[in-house]
Structures are given as structure tokens and as C-alpha cells.
Write a protein that binds this ligand. Structure first.
Ligand code: HEM
Length: 511
């Protein structure tokens, strides 16, 4: 099912005849004059339209997302042009398949009304409405992240958002956290570089960032990373241009994407993957599950899969963008997780946020419904909107031979059947056993927190980009305490000795 209109038109009421009704359909006598006790008297509770209108107004917002509160999005289709069936059986990735999709693009730290062009990592979150349920890839415009363990995520976001006392963003908090968390170095080198200020959503690449798993028909598994490369090219603002745009138009990215789609200039991204055979993970020079590391393209070249196009704007921003509930635990057969601890934490975090932010039945909202039929015995709860057919049981096992998992072929919980590994989540190739433990990531020979940041600085950034990096870092240091200032110099010295020295010299001029 690829009917484009299905998703954005879901839930749309037919246009009215110009006369208001109450939400219950009753005709409204006047939108201009409320009911009072005599022409000069007070308003009365009997004015049911006034009361309903004010009460609903008070409830118009859902809480904003904690991270990634400011965002915008659009709808389109994923097209698979190549044959990657040797790596995955996932239906959406089979040659020729066209799958309806949504994308939401965001900043991380700013609030819902904050400027799109404040320096930040930018969210790049995609939902594919596949025949086997929703598949979400909730990534960023960088291939790595600040952290390698989800237990640090709330601290990280606190340090990037507002000081609890002053309510202000704080360079001191940010740098204090980063410099005491050396695993951030690779991502901060991206953030302070050109990619921290993309010119538009259309001119940035996206990445799934984590290592995921693909599984083929034969049950063979591969480690995979997603790359979404903009056909519009990559363009960034300088720090100064981004700051200027933040003042001129806080919604610049939202506006650019919306306007481009309205005028028929549909942005496209090519979809690539890097594939690592499972056996190579153990001895790869970097731990392939550590989200602060990328895989070298020389070791694992990008393989083309297809492209996606965004060609429809939302009909209603609140219903379709603010309430879209993207979630890395939305998986389909043929794709899986990995032992990446950040990914593992995210598997819990998103649905939990949606239940709190939108409500327990968030999956029943039009934008969150899959295109295939749902058969669930989860029921009731606030705002339950979809219901199972009359007479359907609501428990399993039952006498109607309904309500079984796809493995439960005549089995019940007393059959003591062992199904073996839960390969629907990921094919576990762990040669180190599965005892629960609190252990550091296994270090590979070249693992070091600063090494890839240093390579990015020395070998990828040209002289002009290096200068902009130094400029952006020192701009962002304004207001740091003397102690954190020294930590910052050490941090960049660890990335590259010359860079540390340049940051020191440049900041001395700006103090
Ligand atoms: C343990 C680590 C992480 C935790 C606990 C976490 C948690 C969250 C939460 C609770 C939200 C709000 C969800 C919502 O209400 O819609 C969110 C949004 C988001 N996160 Fe994370 N996150 C983590 C790491 C990451 C990483 C590594 C990436 C990218 C590689 C990422 C990308 C995003 C994006 C793009 C959104 C916005 C989704 C949208 O557009 O609706 N997050 N995160």
C-alpha cells in the first residue's frame, strides 16, 4: 500500500459550511458575543460554548520533547533502486519497493520556539510505513554521538540546556561536561565544525549513526550503518551567518523545507549502507558498536540502496509533526539492534516519552498508525480510539484460536518450548557470553577518544575549515570559568597539539 494521501489525509474532517459547531456537533449561536446576566452583568456558566472554547484552549499543547523539541517535517516515499537482498529480507529494502514515509528534522538543545540555526547537532529522523509495520531510523546529521553509554544521556542534555538557577544556556556547563567526558571529542569536533550550522535541512546529510543489524532470508546477519546523502549537496552557514539568521528568521530551516515542497522543488537523499560481516566485528580496529566512532569508508565502502524524496507538507503541524512518535524500537523483520549501549537505552526511552508526552494510546493517532492491520490485545487507556472487532477476545490463550505469536504454532506457556535466540531483535553473535555485567567497552588496538577527532581535524578539514573551527570553538567559550577554560585547552590539545595552542591564542584575543 503506497497511497500517498493515506497518511497526510488521515483524520482530516470535511471542510465546514462556514458555521461553527461545538466539538460535539451542536450549532454555535455566536462567535462574537458571549452570554451575560443582563447587558451589563457578568458572564454565566450557562455559556457552554465560551466555557468549552476557553477550556480547550488551555489544553492545546502537549509537553514539548525534552531533547529535539524544535523541529519540522514532511512526507514522501522511499524508493529501492538496488538489490541488497543478500543482506536483508526486510520488505521495504527489496528492489523496486516504494514505501510511504515521514521525516522530522530538529535541533537537540533548543526549546520548541528556539532558532533553527543555533549551533547544534541536527536530528534526522525517518519513519517508513512498511507492509510489516512502522520502521523508524531516528538519527542525526552526524555519523557519531557525544556518548557511548545511555546512562550519561540525561546529564549530557542537562548540560546543554539551561542552568537550573539562571534559566540561561551556559558555556561553562557545556564545556565542563564535554571536557570531563573525553568520549565527546569526535562529536564536538563535528559540532564546532561546519556541520554544526547547516544552511538548510535540504543541504545536510543524515546518518542512522548506530550500528544496526540486517538479516537475510537465510538468517545470516550483518552489521550495518545507514548514510543518507543529500542530492542537493551539503551546504553550511558560517558561525556568523547562522547567528545572523537566528535573529532574522528563527524558523529558517522549517520555512525553507516547507517553501521548497510547496513550490514543487522536492528534496531527495540517496540511501547508502556500510556493511560489516559479523565475524569482522571482533577484531576491527575500533569497537564497531561504540557510537563515538565511525567505520572507515576505506574498510567498509558505502553501498547504494536507493533514494527518498520528500514531496508533501503536513496538513496540520500539531497532529502530524508535533505528535509524530518516532522510536528506534519500531523495527521490522530483516532489521535488528546491536549491542550499542546507546541504542539499547533508546529502545526504552522513546516509547516512554511518548506515553508521557502524548498519552498511552499515541500509536492510535493517524500519523502513528501503521499502514498494515493491527491485531493487539492492548486495550483501553486514555483516549482509546481504535477498537477490536466485535466479539474478538482480549486475552491469550483463548478458545477462539486467536492471539498467538508467530512462533507459537500450537504451543502455550506450559509446553516448555524453547524457541532459541530472539533473532527478531538481533542475531546474537556475542563470543563473550551473555552474563550481565558492568564492564567497559572492549578496547581495540587503535581505540582512543581523540584519535578520530584528530584525523577529522588534520586530514578532512582544510585550512579555512580549521580556522572556522577555532573561531567557532572560541566564540562558544565566551563566559567559561578559568578552570573550565584550562580544561578546554587540554581537551583540544588531546585532539591535536597545534589545535590546542591555536584555541588558546585565539581565545586570548577574544577575552
Ligand atoms: C541514550 C541515548 C538517548 C536517549 C535516552 C534519547 C532520548 C530521546 C528522547 C526521550 C527524545 C524525545 C522523543 C519524543 O518525544 O519524540 C529524543 C528525540 C530524538 N533523539 Fe534521542 N536520545 C538518545 C540518543 C540519541 C542519539 C544517539 C540520536 C541520533 C543518533 C538521537 C536522535 C534523536 C532525534 C532525531 C530525536 C527527535 C525525534 C523526532 O524528530 O521526533 N538521540 N531522544
Amino acid at each position: 500500500m503506497t497511497n500517498k494521501e493515506d497518511i497526510v489525509q488521515r483524520g482530516v474532517r470535511p471542510a465546514g459550511d462556514g458555521k461553527t459547531t461545538r466539538a460535539g456537533g451542536q450549532p454555535v449561536p455566536s462567535e462574537n458575543i458571549s452570554v451575560t446576566a443582563g447587558p451589563q452583568g457578568p458572564n454565566v456558566l450557562n455559556d457552554i460554548h465560551l466555557i468549552e472554547k476557553l477550556a480547550h484552549f488551555n489544553r492545546e499543547n502537549v509537553p514539548e520533547r525534552i531533547p529535539h523539541a524544535k523541529g519540522h517535517g514532511a512526507f514522501g516515499e522511499l524508493h529501492i533502486t538496488e538489490d541488497v537482498s543478500q543482506y536483508t529480507k526486510a520488505k521495504l529494502f527489496q528492489p523496486g519497493t516504494v514505501t510511504p514515509m515521514a521525516g522530522r528534522f530538529s535541533t537537540v538543545a533548543g526549546e520548541a520556539g528556539s532558532p533553527d540555526t543555533w549551533r547544534d547537532v541536527h536530528g534526522f529522523a525517518l519513519r517508513f510505513y512498511t507492509e510489516e509495520g512502522n520502521y523508524d531510523i531516528v538519527g542525526n546529521n552526524t555519523p557519531v554521538f557525544f556518548l557511548r553509554d545511555g546512562v550519561k544521556f540525561p546529564d549530557f542534555i542537562h548540560s546543554q540546556k539551561r542552568d537550573p538557577r539562571s534559566g540561561l544556556r551556559s558555556a561553562d556547563m557545556q564545556w565542563d561536561f564535554w571536557t570531563r567526558t573525553p568520549e565527546t571529542a569526535h562529536q564536538v569536533t563535528y559540532l564546532m565544525g561546519d556541520r554544526g550550522t547547516p544552511k538548510t535541512t535540504r543541504h545536510q546529510n543524515g546518518y542512522g549513526s548506530h550500528t544496526f543489524q540486517w538479516i537475510n532470508e537465510a538468517g545470516e546477519a550483518f552489521w550495518v550503518k545507514y548514510h543518507f546523502l543529500s542530492q542537493q549537496g551539503v551546504e553550511n552557514f558560517t558561525g556568523a551567518e547562522a547567528a545572523e539568521m537566528a535573529g532574522k528568521n528563527a524558523d529558517h530551516h522549517r520555512q525553507d523545507l516547507f517553501d521548497a515542497i510547496e513550490r514543487g522543488d522536492f528534496p531527495k537523499w540517496d540511501v547508502y549502507v556500510q556493511i560489516m560481516p559479523i565475524a569482522e566485528a571482533e577484531n576491527y580496529r575500533w569497537n564497531p558498536f561504540d557510537l563515538t566512532k565511525s567505520w572507515s569508508k576505506k574498510d567498509y565502502p558505502r553501498i547504494k540502496v536507493g533514494f527518498f524524496e520528500l514531496n508533501r507538507n503536513p496538513v496540520n503541524f500539531h497532529a502530524q509533526i508535533e505528535q509524530i512518535a518516532l522510536d528506534p524500537s519500531n523495527l521490522v523483520p530483516g532489521v535488528g539492534f546491536s549491542p550499542d549501549r546507546m541504542l539499547q537505552a533508546r529502545i526504552f526511552a522513546y516509547a516512554d516519552q511518548h506515553r508521557y508526552r502524548i498519552g498511552p494510546n499515541y500509536q492510535m493517532l493517524p500519523v502513528n498508525q501503521p499502514v498494515n492491520p493491527v491485531n493487539t490485545y492492548q486495550e483501553r487507556g486514555a483516549m482509546a480510539y481504535q477498537i477490536n472487532a466485535e466479539g474478538e477476545p482480549n486475552y491469550s490463550p483463548n478458545r477462539y484460536t486467536k492471539g498467538a505469536g508467530y512462533l507459537d504454532n500450537g504451543e502455550d506457556s506450559s509446553s516448555r518450548k524453547t524457541y532459541g535466540p530472539a533473532n527478531d531483535l538481533y542475531v546474537n553473535p556475542d563470543p563473550h557470553g551473555t552474563d550481565l555485567t558492568r564492564a567497559a567497552y572492549v578496547q581495540h588496538p587503535e581505540d582512543d577518544d581523540f584519535i578520530q577527532a584528530g584525523i577529522l581535524y588534520r586530514e578532512v578539514y582544510d585550512d579555512a575549515a580549521k580556522s572556522r573551527l577555532v573561531d567557532n570553538i572560541t566564540d562558544a567559550m565566551a563566559g567559561v570559568s578559568p578552570q573550565v577554560e584550562e580544561q578546554v585547552y587540554q581537551y583540544w590539545t588531546n585532539v591535536d597539539e597545534g589545535l590546542g595552542q591555536r584555541v588558546r591564542e585565539e581565545f586570548a584575543k577574544k577575552k
